[in-house]
Write a protein that binds this ligand. Structure first.
Ligand SMILES: *Cc1c(COP(=O)(O)O)cnc(C)c1O
Length: 224
């Protein structure tokens, strides 16, 4: 199937209120344009250099989301234009984003990334770490960032019960943070969960934002 057909199929199966992030990592600008021409405007990338190269040449009305691990020394390259950073996992990173947001006279929206998978992973917070971050005096001074919700990646497995359990864990973290820190903050509303293999399950469990790559663009080749 073509990219347009894939996108139309996915859009037909997800509720309108769920945001579709087209994960375009490893794919060329020409390939992105195929999705763009069907009306897709939200794209996700996980490498700063690749994202910046594409942002420079592609239409300016694209809403770019950063979904990969972000190093503090690279924050400055994406802060002029990024719409949402899904992968904030430390106060240090948040402080750096705030600093660069000030320079660009912007408020930058961020999601807190949680570690929910049973696999070994280096990235993501647990609930206690997130609370420590949100309780810290430094966090309260960061007035150029907007915490818009949470993000997580489920285990890479065929076992739906495991994936469902992990999605429920993320929703529970969202609800706990919402009531403790963000009950009066309308911006804290996103639950970014669900990829090509599990987005339907993620939506059933309450996802507001799905990040879909291979089901739109086909399998990725990292050998280029
Ligand atoms: C690559 C990636 C996706 C998309 O994965 P697919 O299985 O190709 O849909 C989603 N989220 C993150 C964080 C990714 O790195």
């Amino acid at each position: 199937m073509s990219i347009a057909e894939n996108l139309n199929h996915i859009k037909a199966t997800i509720p309108e209120k769920v945001t579709l992030v087209a994960v375009s990592k490893t794919h060329t600008a020409e390939t992105l344009m195929e999705a763009y021409s069907t009306g897709q405007r939200v794209f996700g990338e996980n490498k700063v250099q690749e994202l910046c190269a594409k942002q420079l040449i592609l239409p300016q009305d694209i809403e770019w989301h950063f979904i990969g691990h972000l190093q503090t020394n690279k924050v400055k390259f994406i802060t002029p234009f990024i719409s949402l950073i899904h992968s904030v996992d430390s106060l240090k990173l948040l402080a750096e984003i705030n600093k660069e947001a000030i320079k660009n006279n912007r408020i930058i929206s961020c999601l807190l990334e949680f570690y929910i998978a049973s696999e070994e992973s280096k990235f993501g917070l647990d609930l206690k770490e997130a609370e420590q971050l949100l309780d810290s005096p430094i966090f309260k001074t960061l007035d150029h960032i907007c915490i818009a919700g949470v993000m997580g990646m489920a285990s890479y497995t065929d076992d739906e019960n495991i994936i469902r359990h992990e999605f429920r864990q993320l929703v529970s973290y969202f609800n706990q943070l919402k009531s403790k820190y963000f009950s009066t903050c309308a911006d804290f509303k996103e639950i970014s969960m669900g990829m090509s293999g599990d987005y339907q399950l993620a939506i059933k469990e309450g996802s507001t934002m799905v990040r879909i790559g291979s089901s739109i663009f086909g399998e990725r080749s990292y050998l280029k």
